[in-house]
Design a protein around this ligand. Structure first.
Ligand code: AMP
Ligand code: MG
Length: 391
């Protein structure tokens, strides 16, 4: 069986950043990764700009200046200003080319039409030079940068409307199981509601992946094989839910092998989520996730999200980890590593009740997953625990 650390390494090793790029509107680029350097088309600021509401001065040696005009933000003017003269100016307005400094209005006294300085002005003070932040032709943001709201604002300040980014993968979610029916219908004996598709797709959306198609397949070999063949042709990533365990009606593993998908690993020494399957074939990344909902979601956060981020161009692709102090006791049964649903508040971590792989209630309340490596056998109050922050 593959260890957790080894499985994480293998996912990272076999997933590659896509070669497909696409040009999209800056406004829709949140969470995407730049596939090319972005060169600034302008100087920013594009002109000498006042950083304050105050007075532009024609010289800095004098103490009093005669007021000769005004420039407002947005004005397309360049009034003359001579030694000993001042011009009323506002934040963001173009500084007259003859001006030597701007003084804040709080630092002057106005006496009739005379501006009297309270303290001496220094050359170029309160003036943002043209191109101070970035000059035309310089790299504004480099290839590999993840676009954030601030990044979108920054590109907008440069007048950029479109960016070339790595294409986010197309994803198929295939839910297997005769017992599954959609929420909203009434349950017959033996049936349960299908919850993994909506849960996984929502988690995908929350991490910026929206190109998702859903499939449902009965526990039947031919149907499973047919749908997997189609999915492998059409999608960048295939997520199978259920049917990957050892039961007589678990057909995902056999169907995958029969269509030539060789596992990179199958079965990880972890709880929950032991029967996890991972493969790569012809540029499609395949995860078969165990059907139990908590197993499915654990595997999703630990293995699937890093893979998807890597494909999308992220250099830093796993969920952030840190440590927190246990406020209770937990006894581990067995040798597998465990991922435990927990809450963290004020650096104290509480492992929640109801950790069974079939249960989602604890997951619904958790803000972190505690990772207990194989060698840990029990946890006591005060122990430092590794935690994985949920997005
Ligand atoms: P399997 O991995 O197919 O053996 O399923 C393990 C358990 O998870 C069984 O109790 C299934 O009924 C349940 N299960 C499988 N798929 C889903 C799903 N999509 N939604 C909710 N429960 C599921
Ligand atoms: Mg099943």
């Amino acid at each position: 069986m593959t260890s957790v650390e080894q499985a994480i390494r293998l996912v990272n090793k076999y997933t590659k950043t896509t070669e497909k790029t696409t040009t999209i509107a800056v406004s829709a680029s949140i969470g995407s990764v730049l596939a090319k350097d972005i060169v600034s088309p302008i100087n920013m600021p594009p002109f000498r700009q006042s950083a304050m509401d105050g007075y532009a001065l024609g010289s800095v040696e004098e103490k009093s200046f005669s007021l000769v005009g005004e420039v407002q933000a947005g004005d397309n003017t360049d009034p003359n200003i001579a030694k000993g003269e001042a011009i009323r100016i506002f934040t963001g307005a173009p500084v007259p080319s003859g001006a030597k400094a701007v003084v804040m209005q709080e630092k002057v006294i106005i006496d009739n039409n005379t501006v009297v300085l309270q303290e001496a002005a220094s050359l170029d003070s309160n003036i943002r030079p043209e191109g101070e932040q970035i000059k035309k032709g310089e790299i504004a943001l480099a290839k590999g940068t993840v676009i954030t709201p601030a990044g979108i604002g920054y590109l907008a300040t440069l007048g950029i409307t479109h960016v070339e980014v790595y294409q986010k993968p197309s994803i198929a979610i295939i839910a297997t199981g005769n017992e599954l029916i959609p929420p909203g219908q009434s349950l017959q004996h033996g049936q349960i509601y299908e919850s993994n598709s909506v849960m996984l797709s929502t988690a995908l959306n929350a991490s910026g992946f929206s190109n998702i198609e859903f499939y449902k397949v009965e526990d039947e070999y031919n149907a499973t094989k047919t749908i997997l063949e189609k999915a492998l042709q059409e999608y960048d990533v295939v997520l199978i839910s259920g049917g990957i365990s050892v039961g007589d009606y678990d057909f995902a593993g056999k169907a995958l092998r029969d269509i030539g998908v060789e596992e990179i690993f199958y079965k990880v020494k972890q709880k929950p989520g032991k029967p996890l399957f991972f493969a790569e074939k012809d540029n499609t990344t395949i995860f078969a996730l165990p059907g139990n909902p908590a197993s499915s979601l654990s595997c999703f956060y630990i293995y699937v999200i890093p893979a998807l981020l890597k494909i999308s161009g992220y250099a830093e692709n796993s969920l952030p980890r840190s440590t927190a102090i246990s406020d209770g006791t937990y006894i581990k049964k067995g040798e597998r590593a465990e991922f435990l649903k927990a809450t963290v508040k004020d650096q104290k971590v509480t492992i929640l009740d109801g950790q069974a792989s079939s249960m989602l209630r604890s997951f619904a309340l958790a803000n972190v997953i505690v990772y207990l490596p194989e060698e840990v056998t029990e946890v006591g109050p005060g122990d430092a625990l590794q935690i994985i922050n949920l997005p």
